[in-house]
Write a protein that binds this ligand. Structure first.
Ligand SMILES: C[S@@+](CC[C@H](N)C(=O)[O-])C[C@H]1O[C@@H](n2cnc3c(N)ncnc32)[C@H](O)[C@@H]1O
Length: 248
């Protein structure tokens, strides 16, 4: 499996949490797990493990899965990591595990570009759930065309470093857009020692209707949808489309 350089190069992985600080999605999924009163939770595409550790601290039994060894190395060193079962792998490793909830956050659902692959993943998640278990994830709403602000002017940020973290600039640029897919380049320029990264990737933008049809085809029924991390309703103009579904 080809791992995106963003998740495999140690220098980029080391600044993932700096670049992605102040997130509301982890709080949302932690609250959701409490509300659903679930015990066994799997975090698929767990990355550096922020959500997995937060869930474990709240008393859930957590398995966190990611194919990127460098991301898992950061996760395993996080406070509270000992309470989590870390798995270097993919949705395949969920098989017959009897989880009560599978979560994907950080727009992991959009890394699955091929529709057959995406439906295979949904099938593997379904098999990894106990009867009536839940799947929760989000995807960016293509109707809001977020890629329009993925340019150097609108997305440029400087991280000043300190506390052992390096200083760097970062921005993202849309390269091209085709129906349902956006090709982009993520730029990271470290100040000291100077080093420039330009990592290319593609994101799949599925519509609400497509995602709901895929969930239905793969054995899920919709429980609720949200359009904000505060639990607001999903509307045509919502930036996020958040889905909670249950295994039939
Ligand atoms: C944007 S990061 C999100 C990480 C984390 N969930 C978060 O919210 O910060 C996307 C993650 O998906 C992982 N990933 C890529 N391909 C995957 C696959 N086939 N199955 C599971 N995870 C995958 C990457 O290694 C990366 O850690």
């Amino acid at each position: 499996m080809q791992i995106d350089e963003h998740y495999s190069d140690p220098r980029l992985v080391a600044v993932y949490d700096v670049e992605n600080a102040g997130r509301h999605d982890t709080d949302f999924y932690v609250d959701l797990a409490a509300e659903l009163e679930v015990d066994r939770v799997a975090d698929l595409g767990c990355g550096t493990g922020v959500l997995a550790c937060d869930l474990a601290v709240r008393g859930h039994r957590v398995t966190a899965i990611d194919p990127a060894a460098a991301m898992l190395a950061i996760a395993r060193a996080r406070p509270g990591a000992d309470a989590v079962t870390w798995v270097e792998g993919t949705a395949e490793s969920l098989a017959d595990a009897g989880h009560d909830l599978v979560v994907m956050t950080g727009h992991v659902a959009q890394v699955f570009l091929d529709d057959d692959e995406w439906r295979t993943i949904l099938g593997q998640i379904h098999r990894g759930l106990a009867p009536g278990g839940f799947l929760a994830f989000e995807s960016r709403n293509p109707a809001t065309e977020p890629w329009r602000s993925w340019n150097k002017v609108d997305s440029f940020a400087t991280f000043l470093g300190g506390d052992g973290a390096p200083a760097f600039d970062s921005w993202v640029e849309t390269v091209s857009v085709e129906p349902g897919r956006v090709h982009l380049v993520g730029h990271t320029e470290f100040h000291q020692p100077e080093q420039e990264f330009a990592t290319t990737s593609t994101l799949r933008f599925r519509t609400r209707d497509e995602l709901e049809a895929d969930l239905d085809d793969c054995g899920f029924e919709m429980v609720v949808t949200y359009g904000t991390w505060r639990g607001g309703p999903l509307q045509p103009t919502s930036a996020e489309m958040i889905f909670v579904a249950a295994a039939r």
